[in-house]
Design a protein around this ligand. Structure first.
Ligand SMILES: C[S@@+](CC[C@H](N)C(=O)[O-])C[C@H]1O[C@@H](n2cnc3c(N)ncnc32)[C@H](O)[C@@H]1O
Length: 333
């Protein structure tokens, strides 16, 4: 079988470019055994025009330079645009890191802490776009919302888990979601949790069964201020999440204060992506951010942050900032 470009010889009835000029006609692309076969297929389509007949040419695809190639090129560029949009949409849906596992929770109250369950809502992720969320709980201390199970909260810590190993320190207990994922890792031998509020620790036993979590025997919870605590043993990985809101302006300075005491080999600060993009802005660098700029940021703040070898990470940081900015627009900031 072969492809043929066929045009009608009969004069078009309507006024158009190809009415009198056969070469300006779009043509019909027909796969057939021979020229004759293609001619007959045209005849089936236009039985009233067999007398005027049809022009049949062998067709070798869109590389052949003739008048009709223009619509083809337009289609190709439209297709490329669609592909780009589809890739963007795919990015909006696909988180770059494996999702966190979530333990079972139940509503509860202890002191000024409480955990409530909320109805499904539509919400933006951290690296991903708007999505529905169900089975969501929120942890409050008075009016401060410390933690929830939204995609944004979960995605924003998902990469911390990948660096947990040896002696890992977690600053800020919250609902213990990060802890649940960290202790399950084989690479992790011991986990020290530093939490400043004793009630938060009591609360975890009210809202979950942490003793049944796989790896719980590795856990030691210390009630202390993250800014004062110092480890007895060397720390392989430190994750700090003591802030209620993403993009807290104190992240850089407070991260430095904590690391000065802990001296961890590798550190993750919750929301560091946003601070890095601030740094890029402060330096006046144009988008997109680069790995070299991220390394410069690490050097500038003197904290051995995660992802220093991941060339895709600067783009993830930009995605996080975009989602946070769009959330602010969504809620009318
Ligand atoms: C955002 S929550 C942590 C959420 C946790 N990453 C999770 O996965 O559930 C922050 C926690 O840090 C604690 N916190 C706040 N300031 C602190 C400090 N200076 N020292 C220790 N813990 C602190 C809060 O009491 C709260 O439990």
């Amino acid at each position: 079988m072969q492809e043929f470009r066929c045009t009608r010889n009969a004069r078009y009835q309507h006024d158009c470019l190809g009415r009198d000029d056969l070469t300006a006609r779009q043509g019909h692309y027909i796969t057939a055994h021979s020229k004759e076969d293609a001619w007959h297929k045209m005849a089936e389509r236009f039985p009233d025009e067999t007398e005027a007949g049809f022009t049949v040419d062998e067709w070798e695809g869109f590389d052949v330079v003739i008048g009709e190639v223009k619509p083809g090129r337009q289609l190709e560029s439209e297709f490329a645009k669609l592909k780009e949009l589809a890739q963007d949409a795919e990015k909006q849906r696909t988180p770059p890191y494996p999702p966190l596992q979530v333990p079972e929770y139940r509503e509860g109250r202890h002191g000024d802490w409480f955990l409530d369950r909320i109805d499904p809502i539509l919400i933006r992720g951290y690296f991903t776009g708007v999505q529905p969320t169900s089975g969501n709980y929120r942890l409050f201390q008075n009016k401060t919302l410390w933690m929830s199970l939204t995609p944004r909260e979960l995605e924003s810590q998902s990469h911390h888990v990948l660096y947990a190993r040896g002696h890992t320190v977690i600053m800020g207990l919250g609902m213990g979601v990060l802890l649940y994922n960290v202790i399950a890792r084989e690479e992790v031998e011991k986990v020290t949790v530093v939490e400043c509020d004793r009630n938060a620790v009591e609360m975890l036993y009210q809202i979950a069964e942490p003793q049944s979590w796989p790896g719980w025997e590795k856990v030691e919870i210390i009630v202390a201020d993250a800014f004062e605590w110092q480890p007895d043993d060397p720390v392989d990985f430190l994750s700090v999440d003591i802030w209620a809101k993403l993009g807290d302006a104190r992240l850089r300075v407070e991260g430095q204060q904590i690391q000065a005491n802990v001296r961890a080999k590798v550190v993750a600060l919750w929301g560091q992506e946003i601070d890095f993009i601030h740094f890029v802005g402060e330096k006046g660098y144009e988008a997109p951010p680069t790995l070299a700029q991220y390394r410069e940021y690490i050097e500038a703040i003197s904290i051995p942050l995660i992802e220093s070898d991941n060339p895709d990470y600067p783009e993830y940081c930009l995605r996080a900032v975009e989602q946070v900015m769009m959330t602010q627009q969504d809620v009318g900031f």
